[in-house]
Structures are given as C-alpha cells and as structure tokens.
Design a protein around this ligand. Structure first.
Ligand SMILES: Cc1cc2nc3c(=O)[nH]c(=O)nc-3n(C[C@H](O)[C@H](O)[C@H](O)COP(=O)(O)O)c2cc1C
Length: 302
C-alpha cells in the first residue's frame, strides 16, 4: 500500500506472522531506509512494491535489495535480477507479464482497494488467466481478501497465495492516519472513481468523504474537466520535486479541482481526511476491528 501507508513496521510484522510483508514508499532513499529498518525487525523475506508511473531508475536499484520486487501499473518489464512479481488486471496484461519473464503474477480483481487495474471480479480473472498460462505458473489473488474463508476459496480455486491490502490498512502497524482508520471502520460502501487522479489518472476505490460529496454528482468517475486536468499533469509528475508535491498536497482541500492520489498517513496533513483519497476495497464493509498484523496473518491462514 503505497505513499508510505505500508512501511517497515507493517511489512516486518506481516513477514514475522508468516506472510510476505511489502514496503511501499516513494524514492530510492526511502526504499533503502525502510528496508534496513524492516530487516532489523525480521529475518524473514520482505518485498518492495514499485509503482511504475513514478519510478526512476535508482528506485529499482534500491528495491532490488528486497527478497521480491512487485511492480504495478505499467508495461511489465524485468528491472531487477531477483524474484519479480507483477500485479495485473486483465488476461492480456497477465500474458504480457508472463512473456516478459515475471516469476509470478498478482491478479487484481475489481473489488480491490487503492488503484484498481482489474475490471472483473478476482475469482473470474483467476479462472480466465489459468486457461491461458502454464498450470504450474504462480498466480496470487488480490481483491476481496479479508477473512480466512476468502483465502481458502482463493487457494481452492488454484491461486498459490492470497494478497490483502485493506485488511492490513486496519492493522496496528499500518501508517494510515487514525481518523482515516475510523472512517474505514464506519464505512459500509466504496466508490470506484478517478477523482483523486492529479498526475495519475487511473481508477481507484475509496470511501466517500467531503471531496467525493463535492465532486461526484452523477458520474462516479468525477467531472470531465477534473479528469482532463489530471491528465495534463502526467508528463511532469515523475520529475516534480518532492517539496513542491508536498506543498500541493498540504494545500489540497475538498473544493480543489486537482486532487492528488496521496493517501492520509499518520505523519501527513490532517486535511487529507476530507480532501484526499480514503482508499479501501469492498471488504471494508466486513472489517470491524484494528488488530496486530501478525495476528491477522495467522487468522487469515487456513
Ligand atoms: C490503501 C491502499 C493502497 C494501495 N497502494 C498500492 C500500491 O502502491 N501499489 C500496488 O501495487 N498496489 C496498491 N494497492 C492495491 C493492492 O496491491 C491490492 O491490489 C489490493 O489491496 C487488494 O484488494 P483489498 O484492498 O480488497 O485487499 C493499494 C491498496 C490499498 C487498499
């Protein structure tokens, strides 16, 4: 879970619990720092997630120190020599990542929280991809995983592992802002929108807040003008200085036409609770508690 929602505390706790914890931060220095901090907490394997629309060459060098690198949202291409997984949302993308030499794929269903590549339910996508790729090729399933029964169904359907985001957003070790977590605990519904797309105009699943109330009147994707402006920022976003990005995020209000994809972290501005993306998957309706991540991994394992 990017933008610093999943840092060393969460990744290490998940790995200690028997899962594969994933660090998701922006920039080579941050990736290196979080990985060193996580290694101090666990000797078990750790993954680093790299968002392809933002990644620079040195991010891959830093991420390559992890036991696995997971890429998302872009042309699948091997960038690191070790274990590489690519998260896919369609059969075509799965075929292309397999052909590019990915060691395995995460198949993301449309139920997922955060940025949603998938357009079909996870179980359906798994079935479709299984027909296309070799029987022993590792397929991991993401989207809709929050309880042991979800994991069991994914494994019985032939996935080699289940991937969960939203459930771990509501863990003690996630870096989600406390008020963001409270909003999720109360949420019964999500919306798939493109509203928080400044520089990254891609569908994302969120819980409603003041910004969605202000802008999502009719079309859940958001007003056409907002979406056009979001696209205009794309060429610059990879190279925009961090300080400028930080200033824009701090200035963001529910009435802003340009809304960044930054999620509310516990060390970020409080204003993002109502002006930012409250990412969550459909499982948010079933999650009613915040628990230690290692306990969650143990409870999820069949
Ligand atoms: C808050 C949040 C942030 C996310 N950020 C990323 C990200 O940076 N990179 C990525 O590959 N996937 C990201 N995802 C998507 C997850 O990898 C995964 O597909 C999703 O969490 C699965 O659905 P679930 O949330 O229902 O468990 C994010 C998901 C959430 C909920």
């Amino acid at each position: 879970m990017g933008g610093g929602l999943s840092r060393h505390e969460l990744a290490a706790a998940v790995s200690e619990g028997g899962g594969l914890g994933t660090i998701a931060v922006n920039g080579a220095a941050a990736i290196r720092r979080e990985l060193v901090a996580a290694r101090a907490l666990t000797r078990r394997p750790l993954a680093v997630n790299v968002l392809l629309p933002f990644a620079r060459r040195d991010w891959f060098v830093a991420a390559g120190e992890a036991d696995a690198v997971i890429t998302f949202w872009g042309k699948p291409q091997r960038r690191t020599p070790g274990v590489w997984l690519h998260q896919c949302g369609s059969v075509a993308e799965a075929r292309s990542a397999h052909a590019a030499g990915a060691d395995g794929l995460i198949l993301q269903g449309v139920e997922a929280g955060g940025h949603v590549r998938g357009v079909t339910p996870a179980a359906e996508l798994l079935d479709q991809v299984q027909r296309e790729l070799p029987a022993d090729y590792p397929l991991l399933l993401a989207g809709g995983i929050a309880e042991q029964g979800d994991v069991r169904r994914a494994l019985e359907a032939g996935a080699c592992a289940a991937v969960a985001g939203t459930r771990f957003l509501l863990s003690e070790e996630s870096r989600a802002h406390p008020e963001y977590r409270l909003r999720l605990l109360e949420a019964e519904d999500t919306v798939l929108t493109e509203l928080f797309g400044a520089g990254w105009p891609a569908p994302h699943r969120v819980v409603a807040n003041a910004a969605t109330a202000r802008w999502l009147d009719g079309d859940p994707r958001g007003p056409l003008l907002n979406r056009l402006l979001n696209r205009l920022l794309v060429p610059g976003v990879r190279y925009m200085p961090g300080a400028l990005q930080g200033r824009m995020i701090r200035a963001q209000r529910p009435s802003s036409r340009l809304l960044s994809p930054a999620g509310p972290t516990d060390d970020g501005p409080q204003t993002l609770i109502d002006a930012g993306a409250l990412y969550a998957g459909e499982t948010v309706a079933r999650i009613t508690d915040i628990r230690p991540a290692a306990d969650l991994v143990r409870a999820l394992a069949p």
